[in-house]
Design a protein around this ligand. Structure first.
Ligand code: C2E
Ligand code: MG
Ligand code: MG
Length: 719
């Protein structure tokens, strides 16, 4: 079979250089070869030729059945009519072909011509006219015999096949024909040019010859099903050339079926699109990235922020945009040259990138301007921390080709969607804020909104005052009792941090703990709390007070490999038993939930300490995942307790949490219980302890000790 197709291609190549008889002979051979290869369309039953007879003046004297079929007129309708009645309008122009042919020039063979004629139903047809003169016995002309055959297309079947073969061969596209067994039976010269495989190397093989191995099974199945006749398929496939190089190709796969409808051949047409792909990638880069630093440019930044804005509007989260102008670059370029200036910009880009998180977008706008997009920030103030980090990255001199160069920056910040809900507005306002910041000679940042500047200032003030608070003894611990819902007795207490500010009075931990978390000060605070709680427990012990365990809150930031060792050292220093101190952690720590966290928890439990999960229900809260952690107590967050027993949702959640905790055999503490109704409901649910204003607010150590001494108990009767 493939020999036959090979022969077709060879013959079509040969035909190109020929004419006249040689061409006709070659085409005949090509016909035969195509038929053998199964590629030639089955020849249609030739339409019956029509024959007409005319007298010498053009009147019809004979009308064959074929003529009736071709034109739709019966013999009765046609005979006796002038041949002009078959003419299409505009074709008569005095030149009636049948009457004006050169009899002399065509003594034997008659005349051939291709003309238009009109059928009875008005349709126009192209016909081949073959006119023969008829003679009587004496040799005088008596009439004409006109043979007509229909011209269906402008090309004969032969010409068409020849043309197709030539198109295939000359095509810029690679052609690959396989038989029903997926063996390659034919290829064209473009196939060889693109893939590097000659006919000898490819014919008889399967198309796996070109397989790159980069496509997954699902993709390959799609291509296979196209080859098995599931309709034509068009797509991009990565192929592999003979030299091992991979190349993207745009491919169309179709099948040829035999008369029984079975697939006889599959053919793939493909073009090598690697050039387009490279160009596309280059264009993409040029359109979206800054050529000097390789960072995203304004265009890409706008796209990314635009997308984030849409999401933010939906989720009501925040994002921030920082525009950063680097100072002194102009002067440096002027004195040391542009190469140094450019090198410096690249290095600044690198330093900025290093001090940002991966999800943050750093872009270079133009000249000396960069921009940073924080696509999702938990709190808007966090943008100020990022601005500080960026300024800190420029604090040390930058060395470029032995020059130690010092630059600064002015940063303007907008937060969305508060300041604007489209990218151009956000950038414009950030620019405005940056210009204001630039009124400082020193590096500085400013938010666009005054409110945010106040917040940022407040944030900075809290940070610096909190540092002093530690050294100035302004911190203290309050204790809030936990009571048993069975006995009504005090069974524990939570140590809660308090800050007595010399001017502002008592500052809530809700205000300063988040600042401490962000700035890392929480580590010092946490150490102080643990130290103070142990000191207090020891003091009570020395005063012979029987103390229930005291719970201390731990920040996720305190949770590192060294934590068990640090705690053990503090306990030991104060002579406090590990079971005297419980630790409260929040879910954010579990979400980080690496093996490392579990290992640290296990170590703490092995030391004899109990772990409680604080604010339960506000985070991930899944049973399956809670099981992994060695936690002995769950604290139901106050937000679910508030609605009890009237809010259906809160009741359902509280019930679910209690059920879950009971399955895990964990103790349950309800936080923020303020009313007797809440207490009764929780008690009936099977909750173990409560902590809340109903029993006591957090109180100073001495008051708590007094409460213990008095043996204060929770009254269960509804007040
Ligand atoms: P938390 O650990 O969930 O502490 C419970 C908070 O609920 C405390 O607020 C407590 O005063 C308050 N609370 C207790 N009962 C009631 C009630 O019946 N009604 C109302 N409205 N509130 C009640 P506080 O002391 O303001 O502490 C707030 C948060 O600050 C704590 O939440 C904890 O996450 C954090 N925190 C406090 N001290 C420390 C500490 O020493 N270290 C760490 N890392 N975080 C601490
Ligand atoms: Mg707590
Ligand atoms: Mg809590």
């Amino acid at each position: 079979m493939h020999d036959a197709i090979e022969r077709c291609l060879a013959l079509s190549r040969q035909a190109r250089g020929e004419s006249g008889e040689a061409l006709a002979a070659t085409l005949a051979r090509l016909d035969a070869a195509l038929a053998e290869a199964g590629l030639a369309a089955p020849a249609k039953a030739a339409e019956a030729d029509a024959e007409l007879e005319l007298d010498l003046t053009g009147y019809l004297t004979g009308w064959s059945a074929g003529a009736q079929q071709m034109f739709g007129y019966s013999a009765a309708e046609a005979l006796g009519q002038h041949v002009l009645f078959l003419y299409a309008e505009g074709d008569d122009d005095g030149n009636i072909a049948e009457l004006f042919f050169e009899t002399d020039g065509n003594p034997a063979g008659g005349a051939h011509t291709e003309v238009r004629r009109r059928k009875k139903n008005g349709d126009l047809i192209w016909v081949n006219l073959h006119i023969l003169l008829r003679h009587d016995e004496g040799g005088d002309p008596v009439g004409m015999l006109i043979k007509l055959s229909k011209v269906n297309q402008t090309l004969s079947e032969e010409d068409k096949l020849n043309l197709h073969a030539r198109i295939i061969e000359d095509s810029d596209q690679g052609v690959l024909i396989t038989d029903a067994h997926e063996r390659i039976v034919s290829i064209n010269s473009s196939f060889t040019r693109i893939t590097g495989y000659t006919p000898e190397e490819s014919i008889g093989k399967t198309p796996d010859l070109l397989r790159s191995g980069v496509h997954d099974a699902e993709f390959r199945a799609k291509v296979r099903s196209a080859m098995q006749g599931q309709g034509p398929w068009r797509g991009e496939i990565i192929g592999k050339r003979k030299n091992g190089e991979l190349f993207p190709q745009s491919v169309t796969i179709s099948v040829v079926r035999d008369e029984q409808g079975k697939i006889s051949h599959t053919f793939s047409l493909f073009s090598d699109i690697s050039v387009h792909k490279d160009a596309e990638a280059r264009m993409q880069r040029m359109a979206n990235y800054d050529t000097l630093t390789g960072l995203p440019n304004l265009c890409l930044l706008s796209q990314l922020v635009g997308q984030a804005l849409t999401e933010t509007k939906r989720s009501q989260e925040h994002g921030a945009l920082l525009v950063i102008e680097i100072t002194r670059i102009g002067a440096i370029s002027d004195t040391l040259g542009h190469d140094i200036g450019n090198g410096l910009l690249c290095e600044i880009g690198r330093l900025f990138r290093q001090s940002l998180r991966e999800a943050d977008v750093l872009a270079r706008l133009d000249g000396h301007k960069f921009a940073v997009a924080l696509l999702h920030v938990e709190k808007r103030e966090h943008a100020a921390i990022v601005a500080q980090k960026l300024l800190a990255a420029l604090a040390a001199p930058i060395v470029i080709e032995n020059h130690r160069l010092q630059v600064g920056a002015h940063i303007g910040i907008t937060v969305y969607t508060e300041d604007g809900s489209d990218v151009p507005t956000l950038i414009r306002y950030a620019d405005v804020a940056m210009s204001k910041a630039a009124q400082n000679i020193e590096s500085a940042f400013l938010f666009y909104s005054e409110e945010m500047n106040q917040r940022a200032k407040e944030h900075l003030r809290i940070e610096s005052e909190l540092r002093q608070a530690l050294g100035n003894n302004e911190l203290m611990l309050y204790y809030q009792p936990k009571v048993s819902l069975r006995s009504g007795r005090i069974v524990g207490a939570e140590a809660l941090l308090r800050w007595r500010h010399p001017v502002r009075g008592l500052v809530s931990p809700g205000v300063f703990i988040p600042v401490a978390e962000e700035t890392g000060l929480i580590l010092d605070l946490g150490t102080w709390v643990l130290e103070e709680a142990c000191r207090q427990v020891r003091e009570w012990k020395d005063a012979n007070l029987i103390m229930p365990p005291i719970a201390v809150n731990l920040s996720a930031r305190q949770f590192d490999n060294q934590l068990p060792r640090r705690i053990a050292a503090v306990l030991e220093r104060h002579g406090v038993q590990p079971d005297q101190i419980n630790l409260e952690i929040t879910e954010s720590l579990l979400v980080r939930g690496t093996d490392n966290v579990i290992a640290i928890m296990n170590e703490l439990v092995a030391m004899g300490m109990a772990l409680a999960l604080d604010d339960f229900g506000t985070g991930y809260s899944s049973l399956a995942y809670l099981k992994k952690f060695p936690i002995s107590t769950l604290k139901i967050d106050r937000s679910f307790v508030i609605g009890l027993p009237y809010e259906e949702n809160d009741c359902a959640i509280a019930r679910a949490i209690v059920t879950m905790a009971q399955q895990l055999r964990q103790e349950i503490v309800a936080e923020g219980v303020e009313t007797a109704e809440q207490m009764s409901f929780l008690r009936e649910l099977g909750c173990d302890q409560l902590q809340g204003y109903l029993f006591s607010q957090p109180i100073p150590a001495a008051e708590f000790a007094g409460m213990l001494r008095e043996g204060k108990r929770l009254a269960f009767g509804v007040r």
